[in-house]
Ligand binder design. Structure first.
Ligand code: AHR
Length: 502
């Protein structure tokens, strides 16, 4: 609660009800997806160091990073942008590396992009990670032919100019592209288009994203709204709904304003609450965007694809402002935990999400410094939530009070799901910086024989650094009592807790 930051107290018991009789939507594991752009040190240095690097790698991909991402069961990776996608020309990134064109990355730091990481490298990365590919095409500065040929190059299993070119470049079999983005932020860096114009462009470009033999239907993602721009969604749905599989949504949590966003580690209590409240606006945003979609697509065929979300702070001192490198604290873990709970609760509509970005950029899972690597608090949240993937969402409800002075922020943000064999997974976030939460959880018509729990918690400023890499991490949680029909727990301030109820 604002105004009483140093007080660590206990408030009245909150009720938390889980109803296993109410089986709602399936949670698509792609909700826990990631985003990697040619931006700063995300691709280069972060994921890809090249075959000749002294940093241990397989075909140029960092082994430590690949292993860490496999640990959190990364389901899907979006590439190559972001704003970069709408100035990326894929043919620059294929063939012998020494012949690949060099270009200036005008969006991000004005550095030279040597195209040594291109289509083949991206699919090699997905292969090593065991994840699905989400490729974002170029509408802003690319042609229909260019996009069409890229899809042919990646997915056609026959004789054709692009399939032959792919084979000549060493890849005989086509790859699987699960998702394809038709442009990115075309209301902004992707061309400053008006929704009517983009809707027409989408219809045109999408027509040439072919489903070739040997490759199942490519899920087409239309560029959706900037946050609360409901008109964009409305126009797009009106003009193109029948051709859309998914519509994207971008929403970043910026504690200050774009000129002065605020520091990743040095923040006041008020800034903490502003950040977490702004992150919680995702609930209203997804609900209201879904309301627009419901009017045109009541069957919920079209997915809401939140393919960029996360915290955005000022860059760390001394780093390139165009590289968007920021540290990551328990505050970010709270943002991640409450956001993933919101996505779970809306999994009838939210079919995929991609946090921005995987490594060294914005709200990252991993930070690197040369050959060193550390895992952020956000990484551990993704690790905890992975168990929800492919489960069925259960009806659940908490009586949590609002702890925001000016807006809407429940102290407890939760979701619960059930596996095919009847195990219940419940993830509960205590958003308060200073107050524990006493929670009485009741699972309807259920006799709990065994409950285990794990926790990520600490002071909101706690983080991992290259000097102290394991200041924050998941621990076993013992602060609860198993009851016949659930549990009673005391959740520490600023915590994310996962209960496994059998
Ligand atoms: O994630 C950083 C940038 O934020 C992306 O390139 C762009 O799509 C968004 O504005």
């Amino acid at each position: 609660m604002k105004g009483s930051p140093s007080f660590v107290g206990v408030v009245a018991m909150e009720k938390y009800l889980i109803n296993p009789n109410q089986r709602l939507s399936k949670i698509n594991r792609d909700i826990y997806g990631h985003f990697s752009e040619h931006l700063g040190r995300c691709i280069y240095e972060g994921l890809y160091v090249g075959e000749n690097s002294s940093i241990p790698n397989v075909n140029g991909m960092r082994c430590d990073v690949v292993n860490a991402l496999k640990e959190i069961r990364i389901p899907v990776l979006r590439w190559p942008g972001g704003c970069f996608a709408d100035e990326y020309h894929w043919k620059d990134g294929i063939g012998p590396k020494e012949n690949r064109k060099k270009m200036i990355n005008t969006h991000w730091g004005g550095v030279i992009e040597d195209n040594s990481f291109g289509t083949h490298e991206f699919f090699e990365l997905c292969r090593q990670l065991g994840c699905e590919a989400y490729v974002n095409g170029n509408v802003g500065s690319g042609t229909v032919q260019e996009m069409s040929e890229w899809v042919e190059y990646m997915t056609f299993d026959g004789v054709s100019p692009m399939a032959d070119l792919r084979k000549a470049n060493g890849q005989d079999k086509p790859w699987k592209v699960k998702y394809f983005g038709v442009g990115n932020e075309n209301w902004g860096c992707g061309g400053h288009m008006l929704p009517e114009f983009y809707a027409d462009q989408f219809r045109r470009y999408e027509t040439f994203v072919r489903d070739y033999n040997g490759n199942s239907h490519i899920y087409r993602v239309a560029c959706g709204a900037n946050g609360f721009d409901f008109n964009w969604t409305e126009v797009l749905m009106k003009k193109a709904a029948s051709r859309i599989d998914g519509i994207s949504l971008h929403y970043y949590t910026v504690p200050g304003d774009w000129g002065h966003k605020g520091s990743a580690l040095s923040f006041t209590d008020d800034e903490y609450y502003t950040t977490v409240e702004k992150a919680y606006r995702m609930e209203e945003l997804v609900r209201r965007q879904s309301e627009v979609l419901n009017r045109y697509d009541p069957e919920k065929r079209i997915g809401l694809i939140v393919d960029e979300w996360g915290t955005w702070y000022d860059v760390e001192e001394g780093t390139n402002p165009g590289f968007l490198y920021q540290q990551n604290s328990m505050r970010d873990a709270i943002v991640a935990g409450l956001t993933l709970n919101i996505f779970n609760k809306h999994s009838d509509r939210v079919r995929m999400a991609n946090i921005a970005q995987t490594i060294n950029v914005l709200q990252s899972m991993i930070l690197t410094d040369g050959e060193e690597m550390l895992l952020t608090p956000t990484y551990f949240v993704f690790k905890m939530f992975a168990d929800h993937g492919e489960n069925t969402l259960l009806g659940s409800f908490s009586t949590s009070r609002n702890i925001s002075e000016n807006g809407d922020l429940p102290q407890i943000v939760e979701s619960a799901s059930i596996t095919d064999d009847g195990t219940i997974i419940s993830t509960v976030v205590n958003t308060s910086m200073s107050e524990s939460a006493e929670v009485r959880c009741q699972v309807a018509d259920f006799e709990a024989s065994e409950i285990t729990a794990e926790i990520l918690c600490g002071d909101a400023h706690d983080h991992n650094s290259f000097d102290k890499r394991d200041a924050v991490g998941i621990k076993e949680f013992k602060g609860f009592e198993t009851l016949n029909d659930g549990f009673k727990a005391t959740l520490p301030p600023c915590s994310v807790v996962k209960f496994v109820i059998r």
